[in-house]
Design a protein around this ligand. Structure first.
Ligand code: UTP
Length: 275
């Protein structure tokens, strides 16, 4: 039912300069795999097979990554290195990739709105921010968990986690009532509130299931925090109609948009590899 996954990947990744001067942040590797490939694999596990990527200037490496590289494949054919490309080959075989550009960095809400041309207005779709690397070593991936929940509630779902109060100004923060264990009906959402204005310490991370009725709400959303069109503000309008569920997911999330989170993820995946 949810077959399309949107990857807003147009941001500049300024926290990783100079690495991101000519290379997209989403292509930074954790061990040998670029961040966006982890996201695509999570989406595939959740049965999505159409990956819709919002790119910008300087992001061609993403398009090339999800395409065959004939010269390279020819070069390593029959060698022990061939198996290093198995994972990406499997992705290319099973998924369709579509792209559009966000011409100006007007915020995540605007990037998602640009995705309307790719995901259409008929069906719900998933959204993955590839710089939030999520993993659940004990079972279903985060998107799979969210899609299961969508089948029950049939409305927008945002993934949340508890954060220290002093970190609320880095996230969208929800206010809500717990309906069942780890599932909240959202009544209010605030983008990057100061700790004394935050309605809770439940922060939204980069995984969403959105219904297409989000598009007209984004269209009428005025620029908010940092002068950007915030998806949080559009979702807040949706929440006021009782149409947003927040889900405290099972698993771990690494903030790979920050240096600390990126190093933490690298160490974590390295320790998995060696165990
Ligand atoms: P971030 O704010 O973390 O990304 O946006 P950034 O701007 O690339 O990073 P810094 O702060 O400069 O280091 C979260 C996600 O939303 C996408 C980004 O690509 C990232 O995946 N995004 C953000 C867009 O696609 N367009 C935007 O206008 C803003």
């Amino acid at each position: 039912m949810i077959k399309k996954c949107l990857f807003p990947a147009a941001g500049y990744g300024t926290r990783f300069l100079p690495a991101t001067k000519a290379m997209p942040k989403e292509m930074l590797p954790v061990l040998t795999k670029p961040l966006i490939q982890y996201g695509v694999e999570e989406a595939m596990e959740a049965q999505c097979n159409i990956m819709a990527i919002i790119t910008g200037r300087g992001k061609r490496a993403i398009t090339d990554h999800f395409d065959i590289s004939y010269e390279l494949e020819h070069q390593i054919k029959g060698t022990s290195k061939e198996n290093l490309l198995e994972g990406i080959r499997n992705i290319i075989e099973k998924c369709t990739f579509t792209y559009t550009r966000q011409n100006e960095m007007n915020g995540l809400g605007d990037a998602i709105y640009k995705g309307k041309a790719l995901v259409g207005e008929k069906f719900p779709f998933a959204v993955v921010l590839a710089d939030d690397l999520c993993i659940n070593p004990d079972g279903d991936g985060i998107l799979t968990q969210m899609i299961k929940l969508y089948k029950k509630y049939k409305c927008c779902i945002v993934a949340i986690m508890e954060v220290p109060k002093e970190d609320t100004d880095k996230y969208g923060v929800i206010e809500g009532k717990e309906l069942e264990k780890d599932v909240f009906m959202v009544s209010n959402m605030i983008e990057k509130p100061d700790k004394n204005k935050a309605p809770s310490n439940l922060a939204v991370i980069g995984r969403y299931i959105l219904t297409p009725d989000i598009f007209p709400l984004i269209k009428t959303t005025k620029p908010g925090k940092n002068g950007e069109i915030q998806i949080t503000d559009a979702l807040c309008k949706m929440a006021q109609k009782g149409m947003v569920i927040a889900y405290k997911f099972k698993g771990r999330r690494f903030d790979c948009g920050s240096i600390d989170g990126f190093v933490e993820a690298t160490n974590y995946f390295y320790s998995l590899k060696n165990n």
